[in-house]
Design a protein around this ligand. Structure first.
Ligand code: HH2
Length: 405
């Protein structure tokens, strides 16, 4: 698969204020964004036709550095202005290299937020702030809160407390997928999640997601009032899941996993973790769309801790914004995970809150995630409101104010 990833992308919301600062009118600013703003892309998966095309390119707006043909064939970095990269994409398409054209377009548009998602009557506008998905584990064995919300009343009151604390949506799950866990039978999962979904639906407007890998559970949960299915197997577990989602017109979060929960942490290995995660998710999106799920209702998630070492998790978080080439809202779950415990002195799950908040702030400032999946909603909201405000700060004094003349 040809994949172009933005290694660096001049952001419009960094450049534009500076042009405002020096008094340029909006039309001039727009022109400059195309002709001065630059992107550096890493392109992989090139065949011989694309490599030849890039080698022969003559355009002063674009710089191509081809990989070592012996040691690392089929890769390049491509740097240039937005207008130059757009022209390159059109030229590639005219020469029949449509995959390359599409990959370049996706990478240069990676800073454009996806279209809003309407879920259960609420509109999620991406790019404005980081949204919070609260975790409700109706399980005896989840890694951080197993057994605490297994009873119906405890699960419902926990869910409502998370909604009250400001969760934008709730993710209700009846099967732990922690490392080493085994699959739970469909009926057990149904018995755990359905009554909770029904009770939460009856007393709150908060949109509900169901965390399941199984079509049967998804179908019943959607019937009971869930509006999103969160599949940690990225459609790898149950081939019928996508059509269950499509049939209900629901949304679908696709997560990357290497292996299965039972074995995933035995020996995770990647040649290029970001490329492999993006390619897995791109294929999962294609399968979901082929089964009838609306493309604009699909979210993606790199699956932190799901078949990854500490180093893989950190690299993925650092490079999370590259998942934006998929054109879908990005969901990420770091909450209380083992990599946080490992970094903060081998802490157990119930002492990983501060480390979790550190990860959320980092992700927000790196413009990495649209939604974070967390156990501690109130604390996450506080951390994110600060991190989001810093990431979007625009008040540099009178000369930086729009329309200051
Ligand atoms: N992590 C867990 C479960 N579901 N879904 C998405 N989309 N992303 C994640 O990172 C993710 C997820 C694991 O956390 P938790 O639900 O607390 O644990 P357990 O699987 O043990 O129930």
């Amino acid at each position: 698969m040809i994949l172009a990833r933005p290694i660096r992308l001049d952001r419009d919301d960094d450049l534009e204020p500076a042009w405002e600062r020096i008094g340029l009118v909006p039309a001039a600013r727009q022109l400059l964004l195309d002709s001065v703003g630059r992107a550096h892309l890493l392109v992989t998966g090139l065949g011989s036709a694309e490599t030849r095309f890039l080698r022969n390119l003559e355009d002063s707006r674009v710089t191509v550095i081809l990989s070592d043909a012996e040691r690392r064939p089929g890769a390049a970095t491509v740097s240039g202005t937005r207008a130059g990269l757009e022209a390159l994409a059109r030229l590639a398409e005219r020469q029949g290299l449509t995959s390359l054209g599409r990959a370049l377009d996706a990478a240069t548009a990676a800073d454009v937020p996806p279209d809003p998602t309407v879920l259960g009557g609420r509109t999620f506008r991406w790019g404005e702030r980081t949204h919070v998905m609260g975790v409700v584990n109706v399980t005896p064995d989840s890694f951080s809160d197993g057994g605490r919300h297994l009873e119906l009343a405890a699960a419902v009151s926990h869910a409502l407390a998370l909604a009250e604390a400001g969760a934008d949506l709730l993710d209700i799950g009846g099967e732990s997928t922690r490392p080493g866990s085994d699959e739970v039978p469909v009926q057990v999962e149904l018995d755990r999640v359905l009554p909770v979904i029904e009770a939460v639906r009856a007393s709150s407007q908060v949109p509900i997601s169901v965390d399941t890998r199984k079509a049967e559970v998804a179908r019943e949960a959607l019937r009971a009032g869930a509006v999103l299915v969160n599949d940690v197997s990225g459609l790898g577990h149950d081939p019928a899941l996508a059509s269950a989602v499509a049939g209900a017109g629901a949304a679908l979060a696709l997560m990357h996993i290497q292996g299965t929960p039972t074995t995933m942490q035995v020996d995770p290995h990647y040649a290029d973790v970001v490329a492999e995660v993006v390619e897995f998710l791109a294929r999962a999106i294609d399968r979901a769309v082929a089964a009838g799920v609306a493309r604009e209702r699909i979210w993606v998630d790199p699956g932190i801790g799901f078949g990854k070492t500490l180093g893989h998790n950190l690299f993925l978080l650092r490079h999370l914004a590259e998942l934006r080439v998929l054109g879908a809202p990005v969901l990420v779950g770091t909450s209380r995970k083992r990599f946080i415990g490992a970094l903060a002195g081998e802490r157990p799950p119930d002492r990983r809150l501060e480390g979790t908040l550190g990860s959320l702030a980092a992700v927000a400032v790196l413009h990495g995630a649209d939604v974070v999946r967390v156990h501690d909603v109130a604390e996450a909201r506080d951390a994110l409101v600060v991190a989001d405000a810093i990431a979007r700060a625009r008040e540099g004094g009178d000369l930086w104010s729009p329309g200051s003349g």
